[in-house]
Design a protein around this ligand. Sequence first.
Ligand code: AMP
Length: 213
Amino acid sequence: MRLILLGPPGAGKGTQAKLLTGRLGIPQVSTGDILRQAVAQGTELGREAKSFMDRGALVPDEVVIGIIEERLRKPDCARGYILDGFPRTLPQAEALARALTSLHASMDRVLSVEVPEEDLVKRLTGRRVCRGCGNMYHVDTSPPRKAGRCDTCGDSLYQRDDDKEETIRHRLRVYKEQTQPLVAYYEGLGLLERIDGQGTVEEISQRVHRALG
Ligand code: AMP
């Protein structure tokens, strides 16, 4: 199954993508994770992407399109994948459609995870991520058992540079202007399912499950 998780930063796409990975046995493909890894490793891609990411701006289309084209050709994507954080602009969506055509494949479903803006700001400012395994926590709603440490692997938790309030507001504006139009685009293609992204991880996961049938 090939799936896109669409939604603003903080909607819970990454969390739901990880749960779906386990359930469907297909990989999560997150351009944000790929870019953060490149930044951490100090590669040329990482150096190019960092200034955009720190400002909460989008990395240029040609860069992320190149990343995705390469990633989707890997053998683990042969049975499907969950796209998380891509596409984010109309040119990216069109490039994805062309890449799928060249691979004789098509998109099965696009889930739009919807959450009111004020909730997103609260979620993102409190978000903490594990340096080791990428597990996510929230200082108020899902704190780790031991402060600052991952429950799963014990590594330290950190706040993403772009999870500071001013950058968050900017990312949400960028989402509205550049990414939200994709909801109508995929609705027009008959692929869109809207998911209420409010509630517990488990509740949202059940809605996702129902939407996928
Ligand atoms: P995310 O983890 O999906 O919130 O992505 C973090 C940051 O990586 C974004 O704010 C962008 O700077 C960059 N990024 C991730 N995916 C894309 C994309 N599809 N297009 C452009 N920039 C992206």
